[in-house]
Structure formats: structure tokens, C-alpha cells
Design a protein around this ligand. Structure first.
Ligand code: PEP
Length: 265
């Protein structure tokens, strides 16, 4: 894990069927230039992962799973496990607010998923963030701390190097009501300070932290400029190839692309 690259993650949520996902990837690969200082990760529907993993140029894009079950195998009808995803995805979203709040995932589920991902060589992107009520009650920092402690229980310093933290205030996700940079500055400080408390100064400096919540092409640069922010988790705006490409370009420091990508294999 390195902090010299910006990480831009596109979460397609429950949109695009397998065919549409393939067409969209084709369009995106024609548009997006590969930059050495930017890593781009796509999180399509689980159904499309296998086919996209064959279509994708891994120098241009990596894949993430949006969700999985933490047990490795067994009688869990309808579930997909981390060993089944091993080799298909590089990353896994864990603890996304839609999983926590719509599907009732607890910190225990989330820490089990973090462990399962690491055990299976998949890098977890641990999503944390406060609800509107917690924000109004001035509980943002407490929520961040609780969710970090809850999600990282039993994670060693060595394992932490494989984990990315995404700060995603629940009130900002899919609402168009994005956080102002000052809120993100406070949150990222709180995250690094809690990591310092749990793992020490070096870990606090090294851990990758993303912002997510209604990011658009015109707001991306403001978040990327925040000291301590290493990238973006983008939902709705990642479904428009031109907008997503613009966001990726904002993450690239120079104006000229390093390599012109020609698309899928
Ligand atoms: C997300 O899905 O994590 C997200 C941030 O969504 P949106 O950008 O649509 O708010």
C-alpha cells in the first residue's frame, strides 16, 4: 500500500446488468488515461465481476466487490465468500453505509468481513461515517472512533497496511448534499488521530483515507486537495463515463497522461 497514488473508486451499486456493465467498461477504457499516480477501482454488481475481470486491463482498472459474506464456505444460501472472489477482485468495500443502514450490518459483521478479506488477499476499503442525527448531536468524532475500533478489532499493524479507510458521511451519500471540505478536514484528522492511538504515528501517517459522498466532477479537486485525503469513493457520478473520467483526471497531478491506454485486452 502506498500513499503516493490517489485512489479513485467507482461504486456502481445495484446498477447495470452484465451486458451494460461490459459496454460501460468498454466506453470507460477508451476514455480513461492511465496515470502512474492514480489507481482506479471499479465496483460493479457482483454478477459482472467474473466477466469484467476477463475484459479489464488491470494496468488501467482494478476491481472491487461491493459486498460478500465473511465465512469462507458452507451452507449459506445466496452468499458469496472471499475465497470465491480471490483472484477476481483486488479490493472489497466493507461497511458501506447502505450495508450498515439498509441491511443492518453490525460492527461485528464488518470486522469479520475485514478479517475475511485480508485472509484471502483482498484489500478492504472500510467505510465509516456519521448519520444526520449523529452529526446534529455533535457525535461525528465519536462515531468515527467507534466504527474504526469496531471494524479494526483484531487487525494487526501489518494487516492495517492493506486497509483503506473511506470517510463517507451517511447524510452525504446519494443525496447531492456533499460535505464541505472543512468537515472532511476534521474527519480525516480524527481518523488519523484514532489510528495513531491504536497503531502509532507511522501507521497514522501511512493509512490511506478517502472521502465519499455526492462527489461530482466540480467538487472532486477540492477534496483531493485536502491534506491527508488520498482519493475518492464515487457512487452516482461514476456511472457517467465522462464525469468519472473528469474526476480521475483531477486526481492526476500533471496535465499530461503517462501512458495512453487503448482500452480492454
Ligand atoms: C457511495 O456509494 O459510496 C457514494 C459515495 O455514493 P454517491 O457518490 O452517489 O453519494
Amino acid at each position: 500500500m502506498t500513499r503516493d497514488k490517489k485512489l479513485i473508486v467507482g461504486n456502481w451499486k445495484m446498477n447495470l446488468n452484465t451486458h451494460e456493465a461490459s459496454l460501460y467498461l468498454h466506453k470507460l477504457s477508451g476514455l480513461v488515461k492511465t496515470h502512474r499516480d492514480v489507481e482506479v477501482v471499479l465496483a460493479p454488481t457482483i454478477l459482472a465481476l467474473q466477466s469484467l475481470s476477463l475484459q479489464i486491463d488491470r494496468r488501467q482498472f482494478k476491481l472491487a466487490v461491493q459486498n460478500f459474506y465473511w465465512r469462507d464456505h458452507g451452507a449459506y444460501t445466496g452468499e458469496v465468500s472471499a475465497p470465491q472472489l480471490r483472484g477476481v477482485v483486488e479490493y472489497a468495500l466493507v461497511g458501506h453505509s447502505e450495508r450498515r443502514h439498509i441491511f443492518g450490518e453490525t460492527d461485528k459483521d464488518i470486522r469479520n468481513k475485514v478479517q475475511a478479506a485480508i485472509r484471502n488477499d483482498i484489500q478492504p476499503i472500510l467505510c465509516i461515517g456519521e448519520t444526520t442525527t449523529e452529526r446534529v448531536n455533535n457525535e461525528t468524532i465519536d462515531t468515527i472512533n467507534d466504527q474504526l475500533i469496531g471494524g479494526l478489532t483484531n487487525v494487526t499493524s501489518e494487516e492495517l497496511k492493506r486497509i483503506t479507510i473511506a470517510y463517507e458521511p451517511v447524510w452525504a451519500i446519494g443525496t447531492g448534499n456533499n460535505a464541505v471540505p472543512a468537515d472532511v478536514v476534521k474527519a480525516v484528522k480524527a481518523i488519523r488521530s484514532q489510528i495513531k492511538h491504536l497503531y502509532g504515528v507511522a501507521a497514522a501517517d501511512d493509512v490511506r483515507v478517502l472521502y465519499g459522498g455526492s462527489v461530482k466532477a466540480d467538487s472532486a479537486a477540492d477534496y483531493l486537495a485536502i491534506d491527508g485525503i488520498d482519493g475518492l469513493l464515487v457512487g452516482g457520478a461514476s456511472l457517467d463515463a465522462h464525469v468519472f473520467e473528469e474526476i480521475i483526471n483531477k486526481a492526476h497531478k500533471g496535465s499530461k497522461p503517462d501512458i495512453k491506454s487503448r482500452g480492454g485486452k
